[in-house]
Design a protein around this ligand. Structure first.
Ligand SMILES: Cc1cc2nc3c(=O)[nH]c(=O)nc-3n(C[C@H](O)[C@H](O)[C@H](O)COP(=O)(O)OP(=O)(O)OC[C@H]3O[C@@H](n4cnc5c(N)ncnc54)[C@H](O)[C@@H]3O)c2cc1C
Ligand SMILES: NC(=O)c1ccc[n+]([C@@H]2O[C@H](COP(=O)([O-])OP(=O)(O)OC[C@H]3O[C@@H](n4cnc5c(N)ncnc54)[C@H](OP(=O)(O)O)[C@@H]3O)[C@@H](O)[C@H]2O)c1
Length: 391
């Protein structure tokens, strides 16, 4: 590898690796099982992917997975456009492939983008109904149309003739990799990387849909299958360098993933800092992800505290931030001892609510105002003691 390429690879992974999103490693799925139990509303899977010697990661990093669109979805698009699939097109690197392969491995035919509607309308301008979805003045209407729809809906709702299959490269965005927080420590699993994947499935506008990558992992990436991956460094989500520092982790749902990695790392290296995990999911019976391993860590003393919030096991919702509030005094004592505070999972609501609760815990603990709490949190951020990995 040239020096320049090596530097690029280091920048994207934090380690010298020849594999990047544009040059992924063809990994084998060595383990893929359902973590959630029968009756759960979730389908969350534990997935282990093999690594080649020399591929290294640090807890806090993510793994990029390069998905494929499901064959049925590709067939639906071909049918809607009136193509056979063996038509020849040039991919983004000018390599000639079949249209079927392009739709399966190169182009985003999932979740419809507003830009695609605009580009499609340019190719089939004679279609009246489309006009009201195009242009800045129709942004809101176009977004409403796109919600819960895929490209096949557009091509079916507005059937038009696209004379050249190559033009689809202007209409459809590139199929992008999906990131997953790494759920393992390489100190315990030298040859593999683990992830915790929630499979997205839903019905909308009369069709059954699934997330492109999570659906691929749920339905077609069984044990023994190959899947292209790359490692992605995240220097902003790291265990403290001081191995004796206490750590507080808030990880509901798939947010548990990097904390499994943190705990495995601290366990494997005998770090003596106290660990406190808050985990939340819908129901204890079927959604307590990694239950046996976590309870084992409590028994072993790796986890000093494990607080769970099963939101749907009682009439009123209970969330991780409620557990924080219930334990406000002790939580503040940990912070005063220099604890690092980590949050992973839902960005839209959970992470904001957890921050509000944290500010409240600090204000109450210090007998101070919320302004004082905000300054306290700002100082923690500066010391890298407040880190979030939310999506
Ligand atoms: C740094 C990072 C770490 C991550 N870690 C994890 C992780 O550890 N585990 C994990 O599972 N995910 C994780 N994610 C999310 C993951 O990258 C993917 O975004 C996720 O798996 C969905 O990808 P997909 O291809 O399956 O779905 P896509 O094909 O991308 O579809 C998802 C989209 O479908 C639409 N949608 C979903 N449900 C509905 C509905 N009911 N009605 C209408 N539309 C709907 C939404 O627009 C949604 O954005 C992480 C993301 C980032 C950025
Ligand atoms: N990009 C994607 O499409 C994609 C794919 C997979 C996951 N994700 C995101 O990843 C995150 C994790 O998903 P997940 O299904 O594993 O778990 P999740 O949806 O975050 O649910 C985990 C637990 O958090 C609870 N919760 C809901 N709102 C909360 C809040 N405001 N504060 C605290 N807890 C709250 C849930 O309770 P209730 O459900 O009972 O309210 C549940 O008990 C979510 O953001 C999810 O949308 C996104």
């Amino acid at each position: 590898m040239s020096e320049v390429l090596e530097q690029e690879a280091k920048a994207s992974t934090g380690h010298a690796s020849k594999y990047t999103r544009n040059n992924p490693y063809l990994s084998t799925v060595s383990v893929n099982y359902l973590l959630t139990g029968q009756g759960s509303e979730k389908e969350t899977r534990h997935v282990e992917l093999t690594l080649e010697e020399g591929m290294t990661y640090t807890p806090g990093d993510a793994v990029g997975i390069i998905p494929e669109n499901r064959p049925e979805a590709v067939a639906d698009v071909l049918k809607a456009l009136g193509y056979r699939g063996d038509e020849r097109v040039l991919d983004h690197y000018k390599v000639e492939i079949s249209l079927e392969e392009a739709l399966r491995t190169r182009l985003g035919i999932g979740k419809l983008a507003r830009g695609s509607v605009g580009q499609y309308a340019k190719l089939v301008p004679e279609l009246d109904g489309l006009k009201v979805l195009v242009g800045p003045e129709n942004k809101a209407r176009a977004e409403e149309y796109c919600w819960g729809r895929e490209f096949v809906d557009l091509a079916t709702d507005f059937p038009g003739v696209i004379t050249e299959p190559q033009q689809l490269f202007n209409v459809l965005q590139r199929l992008t990799p999906r990131m997953y927080s790494i759920a393992s420590s390489q100190k315990q699993h030298p040859d593999s990387v683990h992830t915790t994947v929630r499979v997205i499935r839903y019905d909308s506008h009369g069709r059954s849909r699934q997330g492109v990558a999570s659906g691929h992992i749920g339905d077609r990436a069984g044990e023994g299958m190959k899947i292209p991956i790359f490692l992605h460094s995240n220097a902003n989500f790291r265990l403290p360098e001081d191995t004796t520092a206490p750590v507080i982790m808030i990880g509901p749902g798939t947010g548990i993933a990097p904390f499994r990695a943190f705990l495995e790392e601290r366990q494997a290296t005998g770090q003596t800092g106290d660990n406190w995990l808050f985990f939340g999911e819908q129901r204890e019976k079927m959604d307590f992800l990694y239950k046996d391993q976590l309870l084992g860590m409590v028994k072993e003393g790796v986890l000093k505290r494990l607080d769970t919030a099963f939101s749907r096991d009682q009439a009123c919702k209970v969330y991780v931030q409620d557990r924080m509030q219930e334990n406000a005094k002790e939580l503040f004592e940990w912070l005063e001892r220099g604890a690092y505070f980590y949050v992973c999972g839902d960005a839209t609501r959970m992470a904001k609510d957890v921050e509000t609760a944290l500010l409240d815990v600090i204000a109450r603990g210090s007998n101070g105002t919320l302004e004082h709490a905000a300054e306290y949190l700002a100082a923690m951020k500066k010391q890298k003691r407040y880190q979030r990995d939310v999506y």
